[in-house]
Ligand binder design. Structure first.
Ligand code: UD1
Ligand code: CA
Length: 501
């Protein structure tokens, strides 16, 4: 039964399974609301699928349905929720989507809400492969060293897909198969619900298995296949336990900081352009690029709009906006394009350079140097500090003499984009991202790409890098050794050298 491959414009709908209890998390919080890098797992899944611009996204909720729906609606207002009253299995869960998808024709992508590391590019490549093959049912597979607990992809001698077998239904030989079901499917809408209607509970768990649409589709003569999905298996593992969540967080934060999604800043109450920038950027680097474009667009060609005070001896170049109640003190140098909000203080000899946006009530210290940086309301950069290509959250504090290093010289940032082949995405400027109310003590050095979680405080002198989780107190343990030193009295004309080791 061959059909012409779906055209690239085939409409897409998404069904996300999020009704399960998540018993193994041993927590009152519904599983999909457990946070990874500050945002619920379901938020990450939604972020990945919404980037595919589906015509419809249906989320199946059940356990603590209201809590789940309330948690994600503000960021994803266009979702359709359906309730699965009893958790009778994954097949039963997808069936709940029948009513909202009644008039939909196209490809339905089915994913689970407990796979927070799922990537848009991998999903797009999988859907494309499904459509190009002209399949009616495709399941995304991956190969793992330890398949325990997962559905095995069973093929015949000619590599033809036969069925998917759950752990509990596997024979010993079948249990050795390392190709497994990721729980991601692409199914043509016209077949999905008629196949689901035929699913029974005839298995060892007495559940309606979604996986049964594979043998049922094959029996109906449809084109059904398991397609390997181009994303590492470890990133597609469903999170079922606190240990697996910790592992997912570790993987997530060990990636280039450019991949760390935002959960750092409260965007309510910000001027719309800034709030939009922080909510639409999919990575900090993207946000920085958007920032420089935004600052330019706000001031370019408008010269100097000065509503505040510029003290004698301050030097202003280029296009600058200075809001009401703000002061640029003597000796400070401001080089546009720069946007400065209201009640901001730029202290003497500070240097505020291109691409900087200072929200209301910020302070830039004496002799500080700041460029292409966004300081959210009430943040302070203290004296003698360098802040380049950085975002400082609300009431963030960057102590004196801090270096927010922004430039990465090595070439190790070359990353492989699945589906596109290797790409050189090495970026020179990575910058530092301080969440709301994060604080850095004096003389902290932040390596390029450091991300500090909201409310985390770092003590003086620390050299920090990578991702520092929220609400931590981080200090440097250093032992000073003190011992008596020989006293040397110098006579006139005598010179000595004294080694300090
Ligand atoms: C499922 C697959 C398995 C696959 C694995 C990948 C089936 C029968 N098995 O197993 O082949 O290898 O995912 O991770 O599909 N859910 C509901 N309602 C229900 C049951 C589940 O919404 O009635 C949701 C859960 O909240 C979860 C997802 O479906 O997000 C997967 O369910 P789960 O019980 O974790 O399936 P697995 O046993 O992991
Ligand atoms: Ca699971």
């Amino acid at each position: 039964m061959s059909k012409s491959p779906a055209s690239p414009t085939t409409p897409l709908a998404v069904v996300i399974l999020a009704a399960g209890k998540g018993t193994r998390m041993k927590s009152e919080l519904p599983k999909v609301l457990h946070p990874l890098a500050g945002k619920p797992m379901l938020w990450h899944v939604l972020t990945a699928v919404q980037a595919l611009s589906p015509a419809q996204t249906v989320v199946v909720t059940g356990h603590h349905a209201e809590e789940v729906e309330t948690a994600v609606t503000p960021d994803f207002p266009t979702l359709t929720f359906v309730r699965q009253q009893q958790q009778n299995g994954t097949g039963h869960a997808v069936q709940q989507g029948e009513a909202p998808l009644a008039n939909f024709s196209g490809t339905v992508l089915i994913v689970c809400g407990d796979v927070p590391l799922m990537r848009t590019e991998a999903l797009a490549a999988f859907i494309k492969a499904h459509q190009q093959a002209g399949n009616q049912v495709s399941v995304a597979s991956t190969t793992v060293t330890d398949p325990f607990g997962l559905g095995r992809i069973l093929r015949d001698d000619s590599y033809k897909l036969v069925t998917i077998r759950e752990q509990k239904d596997c024979s010993e030989t079948e249990a050795n198969v390392s190709e497994v079901n990721t729980g991601i499917y692409a199914v043509e809408a016209e077949h999905l619900f008629s196949l689901l209607a035929q699913v029974t509970t005839n298995n060892s768990q007495g559940e309606y298995y979604l996986t049964d649409i594979v043998p049922l589709g094959l029996a109906a003569g449809l084109k059904v296949d398991a397609l390997p999905i181009p994303q590492p298996a470890e990133e597609l593992a469903g999170v079922n336990t606190p240990e697996q969540l910790a592992e997912a967080e570790r993987i997530y934060t060990s990636k280039s900081p450019a991949n760390i999604a935002f959960g750092l800043f409260e965007t309510k109450g910000l001027v719309p352009a800034i709030s939009q920038l922080l909510t639409t950027a999919t990575s900090p680097v993207e946000a920085l690029n958007a920032l420089s474009a935004l600052v330019k667009s706000l001031v370019e060609g408008k010269g100097q709009t000065i509503k505040g005070t510029v003290e004698k001896g301050a030097i202003l170049h280029g296009d600058i906006h200075l809001g009401e109640g703000s002061t640029i003190h003597s000796g400070a140098v401001v080089e546009g394009p720069v946007y400065i909000g209201n009640n901001v203080t730029i202290r003497p000899h500070a240097n505020v350079r291109h691409g900087t946006y200072l929200c209301d009530n910020c302070v830039v210290g004496h002799s500080a140097d700041i460029k292409n940086a966004l300081c959210l309301n009430g943040s302070k950069i203290q004296d003698g500090t360098y802040a380049g290509d950085s975002i400082i959250g609300h009431k963030g504090r960057v102590g004196s003499g801090v270096i927010l290093a922004n430039r990465k010289f090595n070439q190790s940032a070359i990353r492989v984009d699945w589906g596109e082949g290797p790409q050189d995405s090495a970026r020179d400027f990575l910058g530092t991202f301080l969440g709301d109310q994060a604080r850095l003590g004096a003389n902290v050095i932040a390596s390029p790409g450091t991300v500090v979680g909201p409310h985390t405080w770092v003590g003086s002198g620390a050299v920090i890098k990578g991702y520092l989780p929220p609400d931590q107190l981080i200090t440097v343990k250093q032992e000073l050794e003190t011992k008596p030193k020989d006293r040397i009295d110098l006579k006139a004309g005598q010179a000595i050298t004294y080694d300090i080791d």
